[in-house]
Design a protein around this ligand. Structure first.
Ligand SMILES: Cc1cc2nc3c(=O)[nH]c(=O)nc-3n(C[C@H](O)[C@H](O)[C@H](O)COP(=O)(O)OP(=O)(O)OC[C@H]3O[C@@H](n4cnc5c(N)ncnc54)[C@H](O)[C@@H]3O)c2cc1C
Length: 292
């Protein structure tokens, strides 16, 4: 069983937390803590080529007497930025759906998976616990638990017990299924393969939410903006907030205009959390302004 220990980010892997501006302590302290506590990896694997130009082209087609063969002509960087600004000013969001972004995410918990996949306007491929045996499973150690030695000890004990139950259940079930498959006429190799799959299908019910998982997900830019506004907020749970913040940093590298104003609602407007507000709008604004 492996405990996650580091935070890896971006296309190139590990980056130093020292890149964080010192002035952001109030907001960032928590995020930094998350980064130290996990081996969470977020990569931008692919995206629409020229995402901003593609969106600008869609906008131009709506508003100018352009045709398909010439619509891309004359779309300089300045014109692209101006079309994006026009869409934002008008609240005309559907053209930004033409740009999409694919991320690889690993070193995150099954709890994270449950929250992430609530975002329906996206596509997901997740490593299966039906097909991949969780022997020696990797789990996420929440930083707040890691910070208290007794809590950490209790947590690790729980993980080890879960693992023992999983392995025992898988063995018991496999034995039963193997007998049944051979009795039905399968040769030993086939029976063992089928029994293994059928066994782990049920044994996985004892696996914890802490179990690490990995996924590929794709969002269009409109859905991503909605995702960032909900999940970059301090009110979001720490794990999804750390991933969302990193996803935002990555897409800003390739589409700075499209995502210049993305982040929690208080980044470019007022906090919408009423009495649940974190009360740190100033620090949050500074953080997302400097997110690089
Ligand atoms: C701080 C926080 C706390 C939360 N707590 C809970 C909780 O306690 N329990 C819980 O169940 N969930 C909770 N959620 C999840 C939340 O309810 C949403 O399911 C999740 O954030 C996905 O948001 P979304 O629907 O906007 O995203 P998407 O599913 O990607 O949808 C994007 C947008 O498309 C539109 N849309 C999508 N589907 C429909 C539809 N069927 N009908 C109409 N419009 C649609 C909506 O405008 C929506 O905003 C929480 C989320 C946050 C950020």
């Amino acid at each position: 069983m492996v405990v996650q220990t580091k935070f890896e980010r971006g296309r190139g892997g590990l980056r130093s937390n020292t890149q964080t501006p010192q002035s952001l302590n109030g907001y960032f302290a928590e995020t930094e803590h998350v980064m130290k506590g996990l081996k969470m990896k977020v990569k931008l694997i692919a995206h629409t080529p020229d995402p901003e130009k593609t969106v600008a082209c869609a906008a131009k087609l709506c508003y100018a007497a352009a045709d398909i063969d010439t619509v891309m002509d004359g779309l300089t960087d300045e014109k692209v930025a101006s079309f994006l600004q026009m869409l934002a000013d008008m609240g005309h969001d559907s053209p930004i759906e033409h740009a999409s972004f694919t991320f690889g995410i690993e070193g995150v918990s099954r709890s994270f998976l449950a929250e992430m996949t609530r975002h329906r306007i996206a596509s997901y491929s997740v490593q299966s616990q039906r097909y991949v045996r969780e022997n020696n499973f990797t789990y996420i150690l929440p930083p707040e638990i890691e910070a208290i030695p007794e809590a950490k000890e209790e947590y690790i004990k729980a993980m080890e017990e879960d693992m023992e139950h999983y392995v025992k259940l898988a063995a018991l079930l496999k034995e039963k299924h193997f007998k049944a498959f051979t009795a039905e006429g399968d040769d030993e190799k086939t029976a063992a393969r089928k029994a293994e799959k059928k066994a782990i299908e049920d044994a996985r019910f004892v696996l914890p939410n802490a179990c690490a998982t990995k996924m590929i997900c794709s969002f269009n830019a409109r859905s991503l903006r909605n995702f960032f506004s909900l999940r970059c907020c301090n009110r979001a749970q720490w794990e999804i907030r750390a991933v969302a913040t990193e996803m935002l940093r990555l897409v800003r590298e390739v589409a700075p205009n499209l995502f210049a104003k993305s982040g929690p609602p208080c980044f470019c407007g007022a906090c919408d959390q009423n009495t649940m507000t974190c009360g740190k709008a100033k620090e949050v604004r500074e953080f997302f302004l400097n997110l690089k």
